[in-house]
Design a protein around this ligand. Sequence first.
Ligand code: IPE
Ligand code: IPE
Ligand code: MG
Length: 236
Amino acid sequence: MQSVFHSRLHVAVIMDGNGRWAARRGWPRARGHEAGVEAIRRVAEAAPEHGVGTLSLYAFSADNWRRPKAEVRALMGLFRLYLRTETARLVRDGIRLTVFGRRDRLPDGIPEAIGRAEAETAGGTRLHLRIAVDYSARAAILAAAIQARACGGVGREAFRRLVTGEPAPPDVDLLIRTSGEQRLSDFLLWESAYAELFFTERMWPDFGAEDLAQALAAFRARDRRFGGLAEPVAAA
Ligand code: IPE
Ligand code: IPE
Ligand code: MG
């Protein structure tokens, strides 16, 4: 059975530009990441009103381990704080939180905190908030291929579930990237096969409900054909 989230939109966001946002103000990059957490709150709060059922946010990529130790530490500290302070608000707002990506390389205590937050928010039905941490789409696809082979091969739907993990989200409808960059940086490659792409110059810490509304308006004006034709035409 499809979950309550499947009849609504799946929006994915590559939250980019925190560091440049801070640097332009002469502040340390970590301050940009702090402001980025505020943007997560704003967008998660606004999303259900705009018909979004699933919101997937790229918080930390598998390649982000290449950053200086101090920045990685600051990001992990913020994530830990988010899990500790945000869970009650998520429960209140009916938001289900799940985290995807590798957990075995995260600092001590974080995998347990993720498990607690996921368990406490499991009843939320207004929005499925998915946060990607230590995530690589190519690694997820490769792991799924290895599992599929061990099963002697699986069909497309079963393979999709191996790629996405549980609870399996619908395909991405709209993928937004902030900060002017126009690339996918190894995010949700399988799930975004037919996603509409929306790039904005807005830095993530400045992103808010109005930006989300603007992106969704652009999305709704697009013509999604999925390989078919826009208008019904007489058979040739
Ligand atoms: C996005 O902002 C957050 C993470 C990747 C963790 P950045 O930290 O990439 O900010 P810029 O792109 O350097 O401005
Ligand atoms: C992608 O942003 C990862 C996240 C937003 C978490 P990056 O800033 O790390 O991506 P690149 O290096 O510009 O491609
Ligand atoms: Mg960046």
